[in-house]
Ligand binder design. Structure first.
Ligand code: IMP
Length: 429
């Protein structure tokens, strides 16, 4: 049996939670490999709704959850999320959750820097989640991060905090924000250590064993390809690699472990935060998509920007993300719309492009080139087979497959877990 990696193919919020949950029920282990508690996955299971940020979704299905080294972990946020789950009747213990001992930590100073820098950017702010994700990744690459394993070494914490605060307090003072006391941070970390360390281990070792024994591993991506720090709409991106290639490095496995790569895309397109969005609709149709699709962020509650499906963008995500099959979600939001548009390229300063060029100014100017396609009057909601879909809805899916150069292998037709049409089983060899 193959492993499966799931990534977002647009700007996040594609409905990964439901698909991950559905596939997690067939996996043995679910691994997070990048991002942090900026992610938001909503899972509807019976009459319970779980909102997860940092925890791997498989935990809801009683599967082993692993947080890999590629994730940035806010220890307080992790413990709060575990507590929130406990209140919903889900007990997360070191038997069900393991976290990489070499994963970097997000500290309160990172969130403070994130917010102070966003405020200083003014008009040009990125629209981050304000959770310290970017500054924590910067510290990792700058080799001054405090990692999970450091919680077991108070003497290491000491000098690492000195180095980290020398950098950040200088910056905070320059931005006119409050600085941090080493002793307070140190005491807080020492107090958190006994709650976090029981979950910590070299997860690469467990994963290597799991692979040897033929266990099925599901790698759960967060954010999406167009928010990837290399391949996304830079600088309006998150600070990690969100492409499937990251699943191996962010978990401590070789590239052959990634398995089949499933990309998730909405049948239209949304984005939260700032940055280019060529097919964005700021008219009544955009508002209709937002209302029907309940487009509000899981983490921040912000209203999402809405627009037409951008096939040029998803085609690019398919190529750079390594996507082999597409899961299309929320098709029902397009029900009863007379006419639909699909973005097939861009016009920038009179020239035509098949993909979004990387320059920020070019991206801001990109006008979509549309193809118009007839809508359907029937309903796709809750459909569990292609036979139940209106013919025109099938045409829409087929056109998307052609344009993005990737088959649609899974279709989700409502938030309910079983309202899913599976064309190809991603776990099959
Ligand atoms: P950061 O990850 O908090 O630094 O935010 C950087 C950008 O990524 C912002 O535009 C956020 O809105 C966006 N972002 C981060 N996480 C998610 C997510 O889970 N879904 C959608 N957008 C996200």
């Amino acid at each position: 049996m193959a492993n499966v990696t799931i990534i977002g193919a647009q700007w996040g919020d594609e409905g990964k939670g439901k698909v991950v949950d559905w596939l997690a029920s067939r996996a043995d282990i679910v691994v997070r490999f990048q991002g942090g508690h900026n992610a938001g996955h909503t899972l509807v299971v019976g009459n319970q709704t779980y909102k997860l940020s940092l925890l791997p979704s498989g935990l809801v299905r009683g599967k082993l959850g692993i947080i890999g080294n590629g994730v940035v972990i806010d220890p307080s946020a992790l413990l709060l999320e575990i507590e929130r789950m406990r209140d919903q009747g889900l007990h997360i213990t070191p038997e069900t959750l393991r976290i990489a001992d070499n994963a970097p930590l997000i500290l309160p100073v990172h969130a403070a820097i994130d917010r102070a820098r966003e405020a200083a950017r003014g008009e040009r702010r990125i629209g981050t989640t304000g959770r310290g994700i970017g500054p924590a990744y910067e510290d990792k690459v700058a080799r001054r991060a405090i990692r999970v394993c450091d919680l077991a070494e108070p003497e290491t914490l000491d000098w690492r905090l000195d180095e980290l605060l020398l950098h950040h307090n200088t910056l905070l003072a320059g931005l006119g924000a409050e600085t941090f006391e080493k002793q307070t941070l140190r005491n807080d970390l020492i107090a958190l250590a006994p709650q976090i360390l029981p979950f910590a281990e070299p997860v690469w070792e467990r994963l290597a064993e799991a692979r040897k024994s033929g266990a099925r591993i599901l790698f759960e991506g967060a954010q999406a390809v167009m928010l990837d720090v290399d391949h996304g709409t830079y600088p309006y991106v998150t600070s990690s690699n969100t492409v499937a290639g990251q699943a191996a490095a962010g978990a401590g496995l070789g590239p052959d472990a990634v398995g089949r790569v499933l990309g998730i895309a909405k049948a239209y397109c949304t984005r939260v935060g700032s940055g280019p969005f060529p097919t964005e609709l700021s008219d009544a149709t955009g508002r209709l998509l937002g209302e029907r699709g309940h487009e509000f962020g899981t983490v921040t509650g912000r209203a999402r920007r809405c627009g037409w499906f951008d096939a040029a963008l998803v085609r690019q995500a398919v190529k750079v993300g390594g996507i082999q099959g597409l899961a299309l979600t929320k098709l029902d939001v397009l029900d009863q719309m007379q006419e639909l548009k699909i973005g097939i390229g861009y016009r920038i300063d009179g020239a035509e492009y098949r993909h979004l060029p990387p320059g920020a100014a070019a991206q801001a100017k990109a006008e979509p080139i549309y193809e118009t396609i007839e809508g359907w009057s029937g309903s796709t909601r809750g459909a569990r087979s292609y036979a139940e879909l209106p013919a025109q809805a099938i045409k829409y899916i087929r056109r998307i497959e052609e344009l993005v150069e990737c088959p649609v292998t899974l279709l989700s037709t409502s938030p309910e877990r079983d309202d899913t049409i599976l064309m190809t089983d991603p776990f099959a060899d």
